[in-house]
Design a protein. Structure first.
Length: 186
């Protein structure tokens, strides 16, 4: 488990977590356990912006995907964010980010970026060279997040169509999903 002070470097770059002065002085980045599932579900429900999965799905993040996922815990115990990620069975060199979310209280402070770097640092030790995710075309924050991580690493960032709107139920309420790709990071 790694604790991070407000003014300490996020990585070996000059980035820092830019938390407001009245926020807790540390955020801890660790692997989720099933005990985090309910909090992950609640944050996703309350923050909006993402499809809300079943509570059971968030239990699985800790039960099966703890080694590829991350939770960010604020000093006062609040969940600052999480990344639910796994390695697709047919793409063992890839870590796929199913969901990444930062608690609105902590947005714009570098928490999302740091969480993705934590996932990549752990994935690299298992031979993973690429991070993928799907994002809706209108999600500028998400695209900016993944491209910022690619820029940090000095690797390629790409986007291409993935899931068309016709694949989702309903009458076009759900946007299509484009794949974003970061890497290879070697
Ligand atoms: C996407 C999300 C996780 C970003 O988290 P965050 O902790 O606020 O992001 P960071 O502070 O680490 O910022 C990382 C980069 O994204 C950019 N960014 C963050 N929010 C942004 C926004 N609303 N619009 C444009 N760029 C944005 C930052 O400027 C930074 O890029 P830069 O270094 O080039 O300036 C957050 O907005 C969120 O939880 N959104 C709702 C859930 C979601 O859409 N998840 C993604 C789909 S799975």
């Amino acid at each position: 488990m790694q604790r991070l002070g407000m003014a300490r470097p996020v990585r070996d770059t000059s980035e820092t977590l830019k938390l407001p002065d009245d926020e807790p002085t540390s955020i801890t980045f660790r692997s989720p356990t099933p005990a985090d599932g309910a909090t992950m579900w609640t944050l996703t429900r309350d923050a909006g912006g993402l499809d809300l999965n079943s509570p059971y799905a968030y239990l699985l993040a800790g039960h099966h995907f703890g080694s590829t996922s991350i939770v960010a815990e604020a000093g006062d115990g609040d969940l600052a964010g999480f990344v639910f990620a796994y390695s697709p069975p047919d793409e063992p060199d890839t870590v796929f980010v199913w969901q990444v979310i930062t608690n609105p209280r902590f947005r714009g402070a570098g928490v999302g970026r740091r969480m993705l770097h934590e996932v990549i640092d752990r994935a690299r030790t298992r031979g993973i060279t690429t991070m993928t995710a799907t994002v809706t075309p209108s999600n500028d924050a998400s695209k900016a997040l993944f491209s910022a991580v690619a820029r940090d690493l000095g690797v390629d960032y790409g986007e291409r169509p993935c899931f068309g709107q016709e694949l989702f139920p309903g009458d076009g309420e759900h946007e299509p999903e484009d794949e974003v790709r970061v890497g290879p990071f070697g």
